[in-house]
Design a protein around this ligand. Structure first.
Ligand code: NAD
Length: 474
C-alpha cells in the first residue's frame, strides 16, 4: 500500500465520512484519519453524531417517550399500565447497541468503498502531509493531493463549572447516566439542553434549565417558541430565562449552583449538572504552525463558499467551519468538496438547511423567521394552521402546535416554514424541497396531500397564506 492518496480526510464524523465515501465513489484513492474511541474502548467511526450525539440521543428520546406515553398519552386511549418501570441497563444498553450498529456500519462502508482507515490523531503538515499519532504515541506520515479537515466540534466548558464526567457532565455524560437523578440542572436551553433535559424529565427527574438569554429559543420563530415553551412547562421542565450561572460547586449532597436572574442572586442544589452552552470548533493540535490555514476569532477554520481554506489542496467542512453545527450540513459540505476535487459541480444551499429539535412536540424550521424578514425589510405574508384541526393529529391524541408558512408578499415565494407539533421533523422535508425549487405557497397549496395525514397541516398553512384554509377561519 502506497502512503500517497488523492484525498485524506481528517475526522470520520458526518462531514468526514461523507467526503471520503463520495471521493471514493468518484474514483479517488481516499483515506480517513480518526481518533475517536468508543464506549467499549475501541476505535469508533462516525464522530460525535453517531457516538455521542444525534443517534444515541434519539435512541434515548424514543425510549423515554415510550415510557412517558404510558402515563401521559395512553390513558386517553383507554389504556392503563400500573407500576411501569424502566430497566436502566436495557435503556442504556439499547442505545449502545444502536451506536455500535451504526459506527460499525461506517467501518463496513469504508471497506466496501476501499477507503483506508487510520486510527490516531491527524495533524496537517505543510505540503499536504498528515502526521498520525497513535494511542501509543507512535507517529507515521501520509500524504495526499487533497486534505479535507473535518475535525468537528467539542462542548464548550465553563471555567466555573468544569466537566468532571460524573457530577458536572456534557452531552456524552448525559447519555450514560446509570440511575435517574432526583434533580438535574441544565445550563443552556438550546438544542442539547432541551433534548437531553426532556429525556431525564420523562423518566422522572426534576429538571431545571437555566438559560442566560431573556428569550426562549431565540433562533426559532417567536410563535413556535411560544407554543414549545408552554408545552415544556406543562411537561414539568422548569426553564428559567435570564438566569446566568456564576458558580457550580460539587459537594457531598450534590452540585451547588449560584446564579443571578432579574431578582438577584439565587441558589439551587441539583444531583447532576448538564452543561450545554454550545460547542466550539475542535482544531486543537490539528494544524502545524506553517500550514497557512487560518482560524477566525471563534477558532473556526476559515473557508470560502467552496469550503476551500485558500491553501492549495486543503479544504475544511462540518462543525469546524462557519455555519450551523448540524450533521446534515456537514454531510452536504463533505460530498460537495469531494465533487469539487473531482472537477464536478458540488452544491450546498445554506438558505434551506432544515433545523429540527427532537423534543415533544418536535420543532422544525427552514428559511427565515418573521423577525428576520421584518429586520431585513422584506415584505411578507404568513399563513398558520393548528394541528388541533388536523384529524390525524387528533386521532393520535397529539393535536398540539402548528405549521406557519411565510411567503414573499409580492412573489409568493416561500421564505420560511416553522413548525411545532407531532412528526414535524419529517414534515419539514416537503417544505425544504419546495424552497429548494424556489416554490411558492400556491405551489404547495395546489399539491394533493393524503387525507388523513399530518402533512395536511402544511397544505392548510399554504392555503392560509392566501386566506383560504378550509378547516379554520381566515
Ligand atoms: P446551543 O447553541 O443550541 O444552545 C446553547 C444555549 O446555552 C443557548 O441558548 C445560550 O444562550 C445558552 N448559554 C450559553 N452560555 C450560557 C451560560 N453561561 N448560562 C446559561 N445559558 C447559557 O448549543 P447546544 O445545545 O450546546 O448544542 C451544541 C450544538 O450542537 C448546536 O450548534 C446544535 O445545533 C447542535 N446540536 C443539534 C441538534 C439537532 O439538530 N437536533 C442536537 C444536538 C446538538
Amino acid at each position: 500500500m502506497s502512503d500517497k492518496f488523492d484525498v485524506i480526510v481528517i475526522g470520520g464524523g458526518p462531514a468526514g465520512y461523507h467526503a471520503a465515501i463520495r471521493a471514493a465513489q468518484l474514483g479517488l484513492k481516499s483515506a480517513v484519519v480518526d481518533a475517536f474511541i468508543g464506549k467499549d474502548g475501541k476505535a469508533a467511526l462516525g464522530g460525535t453524531c453517531l457516538n455521542v450525539g444525534c443517534i444515541p440521543s434519539k435512541a434515548l428520546l424514543d425510549s423515554s417517550k415510550q415510557f412517558f406515553n404510558l402515563s401521559h398519552n395512553l390513558p386517553a386511549h383507554g389504556i392503563s399500565v400500573e407500576n411501569a418501570k424502566v430497566d436502566m441497563t436495557t435503556f442504556i444498553g439499547r442505545k449502545d447497541k444502536i451506536v455500535k450498529q451504526f459506527t460499525g456500519g461506517v467501518d463496513q462502508l469504508f471497506k466496501v468503498n476501499k477507503i483506508v482507515s487510520f486510527f490516531g490523531k491527524g495533524k496537517l503538515l505543510k505540503g499536504n502531509e498528515v502526521e498520525i499519532t497513535g494511542n501509543d504515541g507512535k507517529k507515521q506520515t501520509i500524504s495526499a493531493t487533497n486534505v479535507i479537515l473535518a475535525s468537528g466540534s467539542v462542548p464548550i466548558e465553563l471555567p466555573f463549572a468544569k466537566f468532571d464526567g460524573k457530577n458536572i457532565i456534557d452531552n456524552a455524560g448525559a447519555l450514560d447516566i446509570d440511575k435517574v437523578p432526583k434533580t438535574l440542572g441544565v445550563i443552556g436551553a438550546g438544542v442539547i439542553g432541551l433534548e437531553l433535559g426532556s429525556v431525564w424529565n420523562r423518566l422522572g427527574a426534576q429538571v431545571t434549565i437555566l438559560e442566560a438569554l431573556p428569550d426562549f429559543l431565540g433562533t426559532a420563530d417567536a410563535d413556535i417558541a411560544k407554543v414549545a415553551q408552554r408545552e415544556f412547562k406543562k411537561q414539568g421542565l422548569d426553564i428559567k430565562l435570564g438566569a446566568k450561572l456564576g458558580k457550580a460547586e460539587v459537594k457531598k449532597d450534590g452540585v451547588h449552583l449560584v446564579y443571578t436572574d432579574k431578582d438577584g442572586e439565587q441558589k439551587l442544589v441539583v444531583d447532576k449538572l448538564l452543561v450545554a452552552v454550545g460547542r466550539r470548533a475542535y482544531t486543537d493540535g490539528l494544524l502545524a504552525d506553517d500550514t497557512g490555514v487560518k482560524l477566525d476569532d471563534r477558532g473556526r477554520i476559515i473557508v470560502d463558499e467552496h469550503c476551500h481554506t485558500g491553501v492549495d489542496g486543503v479544504w475544511a467542512v462540518g462543525d469546524a467551519v462557519r455555519g450551523p453545527m448540524l450533521a446534515h450540513k456537514g454531510f452536504e459540505e463533505g460530498m460537495a468538496v469531494a465533487e469539487w476535487i473531482a472537477g464536478k459541480a458540488g452544491h450546498v444551499n445554506y438558505d434551506t438547511i432544515p433545523w429540527v429539535i427532537y423534543t415533544e412536540p418536535e420543532i422544525a424550521w427552514a428559511g427565515k423567521t418573521e423577525k428576520q424578514l421584518k429586520d431585513e425589510g422584506v415584505p411578507y405574508k404568513t399563513g398558520s394552521f393548528p394541528f388541533a384541526a388536523i384529524g390525524r393529529a387528533v386521532a393520535m391524541n397529539e393535536a398540539i402546535g402548528q405549521v406557519k408558512m411565510i411567503a414573499h408578499a409580492e412573489t409568493d415565494r416561500i421564505l420560511g416554514v416553522h413548525m411545532v407539533g407531532p412528526g414535524v421533523s419529517e414534515l419539514i422535508a416537503e417544505c425544504v424541497v419546495a424552497m429548494e425549487f424556489k416554490g411558492s405557497s400556491e405551489d404547495l397549496a395546489r399539491i394533493v396531500h393524503a387525507h388523513p395525514t399530518l402533512s395536511e397541516a402544511v397544505h392548510e398553512a399554504a392555503l392560509a397564506v392566501d386566506k383560504r384554509a378550509i378547516h379554520k377561519g381566515n
